[in-house]
Design a protein around this ligand. Structure first.
Ligand code: GTP
Ligand code: MG
Length: 402
């Protein structure tokens, strides 16, 4: 099984160190790489730290913090893992929305010596908004509190309270030290009062459901190749097969898949995640979504979404650009239904006149015809970005609408 894990948590609580530890203890990184990173670290007259395994870009060493989402792979006894590290800083929340989009589970890192901080709550909220159902909490830096059970218990109780408001019923808490290697990959000898799994054991126990979804092929572009018109795009869900009868929306073009093309051949089918070219008769364009005639994509003019505003303000009636998949349309804020505190998930106001920076809201959007899907079902078509000269917010589709 391949599990996508996103690591979140407040600045400096140890996310990068934790990933470095996972890679190191699972022997996923070569000695060469360790040496290369050690050399880099020395150049900057730094103490060698595990965080450098993934924060090993020159700029980051100078800045000493993660500046972009970083993806790494590692293998445990049972599973392959793709791990995404998200920066702990407020201004990077948008990256996090993209970084976390494919995550099956989240690991929330909370330093034992600091406890819950601003971004602990914000990230928990975003994880919940992205529909991630399973979350593991690593109470990190236990070495700084003498591995005391009482500190772990107190921290756990506070985080439990926070997570309860996001509907996380069962959460696994793991006391750990990423720096010393306690309970990340190896069982700690310092905390014999803890009888639960290490982080890797907990992750190895995760089951993910793979519900099958209808075909959605997102059109990126069209090209003329050898007098053939090739439509290039990506299968975001389901399977695309030769001879399938399909429909493209919002262009409302119906056709048959004559050919599927990849760089070195013409396969019979393409699966979720595959980027392919297809040959269909009919005029389609970037932004179109293709599905089978029996379960077609539906262009919508209205949908309900949950969005976080990173800057600027939004009021009822505001007009701006909305991007979803490869689609780019004008939209209107038809109705702000509820304002939500992005640190606690609580509804703070019904029908507010406006929302501001760092605030979240449930919003009814009116748009030019566009194909969107419920985020929890087809994430790639259920996530959108709001643009007013630049990206000012991002969100997920709750109800695809009509
Ligand atoms: P950002 O990417 O900036 O959000 O930080 P981060 O969460 O990735 O934290 P990082 O892994 O860079 O660690 C921050 C500091 O905490 C570094 O100096 C680490 O060495 C230290 N640290 C991380 N984990 C532990 C731990 O378990 N114990 C102790 N004592 N220090 C730790
Ligand atoms: Mg980091």
């Amino acid at each position: 099984m391949n599990l996508n894990v996103v690591i979140v948590g407040h600045v400096d609580h140890g996310k990068s160190t934790l990933i470095g530890r996972l890679l190191y203890d699972s022997e996923s990184i070569t000695e060469g790489r360790v040496e290369e990173i050690q050399r880099l670290a020395e150049e900057y007259k730094k103490r060698f730290e595990f965080a450098y395994f993934i924060d090993s870009f020159d700029d980051e060493l100078k800045e000493e913090r993660t500046i972009d989402t970083t993806g790494v792979m590692f293998k445990s006894k049972d599973n392959y893992y793709s791990i995404t590290d998200v920066p702990g800083h407020k201004e990077f929340i948008k990256n996090m929305l993209t970084g976390a989009s494919h995550a099956d589970v989240a690991v929330l890192v909370v330093a034992a010596d600091e406890g819950i901080r601003e971004q602990t709550g914000r990230h928990a909220f975003l994880i919940h908004m992205l529909g991630i159902k399973q979350i593991f909490v690593v109470v990190n830096k236990m070495d700084t509190v003498d591995y005391k059970e009482k500190v772990f218990q107190d921290t756990r109780d506070k985080i439990s309270q926070l997570l309860a408001s996001f509907d996380y019923q069962y959460v696994q808490f793991i006391p750990a030290s990423a720096l010393e290697g306690d309970n990340i990959y190896k069982t700690s000898k310092q905390m014999d009062w803890y009888k639960g799994p290490t982080l890797v054991q907990a992750l190895d126990g995760v089951m993910i459901s793979t519900k099958s979804m209808p075909l959605r092929f997102v059109v990126q572009d069209t090209y003329n190749v050898d007098s053939e018109k090739v439509i290039v795009g990506r299968v975001e869900s389901g399977t695309l097969r030769r001879d399938d009868e399909v429909i493209f929306q919002p262009s409302n073009v119906r056709g048959k898949i004559n050919k599927i093309k990849i760089f070195d051949g013409e396969p019979q089918e393409a699966k979720m995640g595959d980027s392919v070219g297809i040959v269909v008769n009919g005029e389609v364009k970037r932004g179109d979504v293709c599905g089978l005639v029996g379960v077609p994509p539906t262009p919508t003019k209205e949908f309900l979404g949950e969005a976080v505003l990173l800057e600027n303000k939004l009021r009822n009636g505001d007009k701006l650009e909305l991007r979803c998949g490869t689609g780019k349309v004008q939209c209107e804020i038809k109705e702000i239904k509820e304002k939500i505190n992005s640190e606690t998930g609580e509804v703070v106001e019904k029908h507010p006149a406006e929302i501001g920076e760092n605030e979240a809201a449930i919003i009814l959007f009116a748009t030019e015809p566009l194909v969107v899907e419920k985020f929890s079902e087809i994430p790639e078509l259920g996530r959108f970005v709001l643009v007013k000269n630049k990206n000012i917010g991002a969100g997920v589709v709750l109800e695809a609408g009509k």
